[in-house]
Design a protein around this ligand. Sequence first.
Ligand SMILES: C[S@@+](CC[C@H](N)C(=O)[O-])C[C@H]1O[C@@H](n2cnc3c(N)ncnc32)[C@H](O)[C@@H]1O
Length: 285
Amino acid sequence: MQREQPLPDVSAAEGTGQAPWTERVAVAADSSNRETGRALAARLGLVFLDAELDRAANIAFILRVGADGLALCSGAGRFGPISSEFATGRLRHRHQFGGGVGQSIARAVGIRQDTQLHIADLTAGLGADAFVLAGLGARVSMIERHPVIAMLLEDGLRRGRELAQSTAITDALSRMQLIHGEAMEWLRDGSTAERPDVVYLDPMFPERGKSAQVRKEMQALQQIVGGDDDADSLLEPALTMAGYRVVVKRPRQAPPLAHRLPTFTVAGRSTRFDVYALRRMPSGP
Ligand SMILES: C[S@@+](CC[C@H](N)C(=O)[O-])C[C@H]1O[C@@H](n2cnc3c(N)ncnc32)[C@H](O)[C@@H]1O
C-alpha cells in the first residue's frame, strides 16, 4: 500500500441492485496494524471497525489488515479469507508444475520459450492469470479498477516480493506492474502508453439463474465488483491497441465478447480463450 494513486469511480460498474460496495465493506485490523487499517479505511472511504467483533456481524465484507497481509473476509463467515497470494499456495504450485508454455493460456497468448512479450492485462483481478504469464517470461502491465481488488493485489505483490523463496518467482513478480484505474482510460491514453504486444481480457461473466455454479470466492468477488457489464466495450479499443493479438478468457459456453467471433479458440478445462489475431507473432527475442 505504498503508492497513493487516485481511486477510480467504479459505481457505474456495479449493476448488482444492492447497496453500493462502500456500504457493504468495512476495514478491520489486528492490534498491531490499527494505524494501517485506519489509513486504508480513510483512503477507500470505508468505515473502520474499532470494536471489530461487536459490529462485524452486520457487515457483509471485512477487509482485514493482519500480520499475514490484507484479506477480504466474510462478515458472516460465509467464505474463507480471499487474498492475492503468489509466493505460497496454489499459484506457487502452478508456477512450478503448471505445464509451462504448453498451457492453454500460454498458447492463446502466443508465449514461446524464445519470446518476451509485453502483455496488458486490462482486467487484472487478483493477478492469477498475470502471474502465470509473467512466470513464463512475459512483462505484464495489470490494470484493475476496483479499489478493494486493487488493494488486495497490491498487497499480494508486496508480500510476494518479500516472501518469495525462489529467484524464478521473484523475477516473475518483478515483471508485473499494477496500475490502479479504468482500462478504458488507459486505452484512450494509447498515444503516450507503451503499446502492448498482447491485450488480455478476463471480465467477470454475469451469472444468470440459479443453476450457475460459481465458486464461493468468485461469488463474493462478484458481489463487490459487479458483473463487468460494460466489458463488451473493451474489445474494439483493445484490438486497436494490441500489437499482435487480443485474448479473451470466457466460460466455455459463453458467447464471445461483444458477439464478435475470434480468429481461433483455445479450449481450457472450464474456460476457453478467444484469440483475435492481428499480426504474426514475433519469432524470437
Ligand atoms: C474475473 S476478474 C479477473 C481475474 C483475473 N484474470 C485473475 O486471474 O485473477 C475481472 C476483474 O477485472 C476488473 N475489471 C473489469 N473491467 C475493468 C475495466 N474496464 N478496467 C479495469 N478493471 C476492470 C474487475 O474489477 C475484476 O476485478
